[in-house]
Design a protein around this ligand. Structure first.
Ligand SMILES: *Cc1c(COP(=O)(O)O)cnc(C)c1O
Ligand SMILES: [Zn+2]
Length: 446
């Protein structure tokens, strides 16, 4: 393994598959692993197929690998009934995910089926008449959307015989991996920049796994993990967002499924989705297209809008300039969970925004804080900075006449405000008074 390190990540990853999966004669597309309807990995660029395994890049063209499925034989009405009778978590969609059929019986964090809030007060403030909804993913077990993707990666790790779960993270992912590993009896070893906020460190460390601070920034952490994957020290390790990335990414499809089911098996007209690597946005689009193909929702147009922070806006910058390539940026924003300066799925996000008639927009840190307060004040939902980004971008796009206020619109809140308290640090007491009525009146509160 060690001498492969020079050949780059993709070739290392492809070679790992041979040593980790057995070539077999099982019914499942020649794979011995049982990941339900998943049949193979397929290159998004050139279509080259390889058996299901812990690989993420095409051996032919280095393009990203995606899960290919066999969804044949589904009757739409039966499938809808089966989903509705399923558990109140993402496993109700097990027939559409790369997981074994009995996934709901295995120890996992079982995220999802979070609330879809009809945000009438916010709609009134923003002038939306067609119905405005907030998909509030702060309700997941570790209070961010990351539980959806980690739950998928855990099942893939189990299928491939890994015993350690790992990742590089700036916070949310670390907590999700720590919790999933604890619940499933895996070892976890998670890498973060050593100078993260204390709150994020505690929220990741409390689950009892190893949490390693790296002296460097997030890019340094990533580089280190790439090295570890190609080294014997990393053998038997499932890196949820590297060698398990194709499986991990599919977890985001469940956001699309849930939104449509919660709207009564109906597509929203417009969705506003945050962009870090862009994976979530591309998989929401994939999930919506699958529902159309399966006949679970009516085939009609929808628009996907991407949201970034101005201090890390490589995709919106490319979108506005009319470019197809995304130029990396050095992030500087309070929306740290979205601060990926070189987003892997950036070009695919541009394709989707343009194909669906959406757009990509950004808001500055002040607008993010204002939007966090706006959502809290109108709907009683305390969002993390990523939610401030989507609500802020929604407001901006309505004011610019880009988002149509007469259409049904779903805005994502992907994390809990308790994770980013610093963003609203100025918030506090209205007054401090002595414990008597005179003092209360003097404060002007009577
Ligand atoms: C990771 C994350 C996202 C989306 O990330 P992608 O890399 O674009 O899939 C969105 N919101 C929060 C809070 C996150 O932690
Ligand atoms: Zn390829």
């Amino acid at each position: 393994m060690r001498k492969m390190r020079r050949k780059g990540l993709a070739s290392m990853a492809v070679q790992t598959v041979a040593s980790t999966t057995n070539s077999g004669n099982a019914a499942n597309g020649g794979n011995t692993v049982d990941l339900g309807p998943a049949t193979a990995l397929s290159c998004r660029e050139c279509g080259h197929r390889v058996p299901l395994g812990p690989v993420f890049a095409c051996e032919e063209c280095f393009g990203p690998l995606e899960i290919a499925y066999d969804f044949s034989g589904h009757d739409a009405e039966e499938l809808r009934k089966r989903i509705e009778a399923g558990p109140s978590n993402i496993w109700r969609y097990a027939p559409l995910l790369p997981v074994p059929a009995d996934v709901a019986d295995k120890p996992n964090i079982n995220p999802g089926w979070t609330r879809l809030v009809k945000a009438d007060n916010l709609a009134r403030e923003l002038g939306v008449t067609g119905g405005l909804y907030v998909k509030d993913d702060s309700g997941n077990p570790t209070h961010s959307f990351k539980d959806r993707v980690v739950a998928q990666a855990l099942e893939a790790a189990r299928a491939f015989g890994f015993t350690t779960l790992s990742c590089s993270s700036t916070g949310n992912l670390a907590g999700a991996v720590g919790a999933a590993a604890a619940r499933a009896g895996f070892r976890s070893c998670v890498f973060i920049p050593h100078d993260l906020e204390q709150g994020k460190i505690v929220m990741a460390a409390v689950y009892g796994g190893d949490l390693v601070g790296i002296e460097g920034n997030y890019d340094d952490v990533n580089r280190f993990c790439s090295e570890l994957i190609g080294d014997p020290a990393g053998e038997g390790w499932g890196f949820v967002n590297v060698n398990l990335r194709p499986y991990y990414a599919e977890g985001s499809k469940t956001l699309a499924y849930e939104i449509c089911e919660q709207l009564g098996w109906r597509l929203p007209d417009q969705l506003v989705v945050p962009i870090a690597s862009g994976s979530q946005l591309t998989k929401i689009d994939k999930g919506l297209r699958e529902l159309i193909e399966l006949g679970l929702v009516e085939d009609r147009p929808y628009k996907i809008f991407g949201a970034q922070a101005e201090g890390c806006s490589p995709v919106s910058t490319a979108y506005k300039a009319g470019h197809d390539v995304v130029r990396p940026q050095k992030p500087d924003t309070i929306a740290k969970s979205l601060a990926i300066g070189n987003p892997a799925d950036g070009p695919y996000v541009l394709d989707i925004a343009r194909r669906t008639g959406g757009a990509v927009e950004d808001v500055d840190d002040g607008q993010i804080v204002d939007a966090i307060r706006l959502l809290a004040r109108t709907e009683g939902i305390f969002a993390e900075t990523a939610g401030g980004v989507t609500v802020g971008v929604t407001k901006k796009l309505i004011e610019a006449g880009v988002l149509d206020p007469s259409l049904t619109t779903v805005v994502l809140n992907t994390g809990d405000g308790l994770k980013t308290l610093d963003a609203v640090a100025g918030t506090g007491l209205t007054a401090t008074i002595r414990p008597n009525l005179d003092s209360f009146r003097e404060a002007g509160l009577a």
